[in-house]
Design a binder for this molecule. Structure first.
Ligand SMILES: [Zn+2]
Length: 441
């Protein structure tokens, strides 16, 4: 009876919440108050796939859901991205009968990396994807090794780990475990022999802390690494990006499946690879997955094309306090051969808490914008002076840079008669301020 009433109340609250446009974590919060172990009392499907990591969780989960649904699977997943235990509870109870049976073939859970240990106390994933661990939200998460420890507590016996082999810290989760599937990229034409990043989180072995060497870098500290002391090295991969042509917008997986890319970024190809890996494990044919992923445009609003005055542009949602996500967006802009202007907004650092910490600006490789493809750079928002100071160290000629504390003034300025494409790079917390001023395509 307790299960019945808890599910009923959760679903009623969810229904009302949807009507009034409320978030999806409150119904789960109430359910957990009524019955703290409700998640262990429901009957779960055979596949429980969890996805976590610093970056790419939401996009990867969306892609997995897309492929599985296209291939006839019934998938319950947290499309709102409410990824702490309350949101996951809402998802699970919202997808179950009043008797407590979850009505799907696959439960697909995006999980916050710090809170995964609470969620997976009750729900044990059958498959657990870890995408990457980067410097992310310093004021909340500290450093990546701290997050590593928190995540390690969330891994249960009997769960198959699906790990990014090219991330040295993520790969540590596979140490001493039998049931691990590795995904990653071969040496690619876009790789570099030396590190291209403002800092090096791959300098030291995460196992023994001695220096590491790389035979190739895909981006930042993601690549083919080997410890000079203890033998820790990148693992061979079961599912592999075998070629990428970002100019043409194509990738190849496992030497035979070609996928054309709606978003030409290395980030995107890793998310696609992670989704491909999961779908293959579930039993979907590789050619089907490639067809489903070709030209797939994410629906999660991370990439939005727009018109401002007579000009066209793309908003690349990045994450404040997360330099790798900025680096990826900057790479897209700096590779735009037709020539572009770049707008960067730092106005509210977080949506969820107040912080005035801007140390992460110094981790971002803004030097990438010091190239012929980038014509003008517009900096905007409350932290424009911190941005301007950072840009003084990039070597970019001062006449290329304009600064506006007011985002509306920056938009007015950009809505001019120039013909260059605009790349706008900012965070969830600030993107609405730009979108209010442009026409979304
Ligand atoms: Zn080592």
């Amino acid at each position: 009876m307790k299960v019945f009433f808890t599910i009923l109340i959760c679903r009623l609250l969810r229904f009302v919440g949807k009507l009034i446009g409320k978030g999806s974590s409150f119904p789960g919060q109430v359910a957990l108050k009524l019955c703290p172990d409700i998640l262990s009392r429901v009957q779960l499907p055979a596949y429980i796939i969890a996805v976590t990591g610093s970056n790419g969780k939401t996009s990867t989960v969306e892609m997995i859901a897309h492929i599985l649904q296209k291939n006839g699977k019934r998938v319950a997943w947290n499309r709102e991205g409410s990824n702490q235990i309350e949101g996951v509870t809402t998802l699970v109870l919202g997808s179950s009968t009043l008797g407590g049976k979850v009505k799907c073939d696959i439960l697909l859970i995006e999980s916050d990396e710090r809170f995964a240990r609470y969620t997976f106390r009750y729900i044990k994933p059958t498959h657990y994807v870890i995408t990457n661990l980067y410097r992310d939200q310093l004021t909340r998460n500290g450093h990546p090794e701290w997050v590593y420890d928190a995540l390690a507590d969330s891994i249960c016996d009997g769960t198959q780990l699906i790990l990014n082999a090219d991330d040295p810290l993520v790969s540590c989760f596979g140490q001493g475990r039998e049931d691990v599937i590795w995904f990653g990229a071969d040496k690619l034409s876009s790789d570099t022999d030396t590190l291209q990043s403002a800092y090096n989180d791959g300098a030291y072995c995460p196992v023994c802390k001695k220096p590491m060497t790389y035979s190739t870098y895909h981006y930042n500290h993601i690549g083919h690494y080997q410890c000079t002391s203890c033998g820790y090295r990148r693992q061979d991969t079961a599912y592999t990006i075998t070629a990428v042509d970002l100019d043409r917008g194509e990738m190849e997986i496992d030497g035979k499946y070609r996928i054309s890319l709606a978003l030409k970024s290395l980030y995107n190809i890793y998310n696609i690879l992670a989704a491909y890996t999961v779908a293959r494990i579930v039993g979907i044919d590789g050619a089907e997955i490639a067809a489903d992923m070709s030209d797939y445009v994410l629906k999660n609003g991370r990439v939005i094309t727009f018109t401002l005055g007579n000009r066209h542009g793309t908003l690349l949602t990045s994450k404040h306090e997360n330099s790798v996500s900025y680096d990826q967006s900057l790479r897209v802009a700096s590779a735009f051969k037709e020539g572009c202007d770049v707008l960067i907004i730092v106005d509210a650092i977080s949506r969820k808490y107040f912080t005035g910490d801007v140390s992460w600006l110094w981790d971002i490789d803004f030097e990438m914008l010091n190239c012929d493809n980038v014509h003008q750079i517009v900096l905007a928002g409350t932290y424009v002076n911190d941005l301007a100071l950072r840009f003084e160290y990039t070597g970019i000629p001062a006449e290329k840079i304009r600064c506006f504390a007011d985002i509306n003034e920056a938009a007015d300025y950009l809505g001019n008669d120039r013909t260059e494409y605009i790349y706008a790079i900012t965070c969830f917390s600030d993107k609405g301020k730009l979108l209010a001023r442009v026409k979304e395509d």
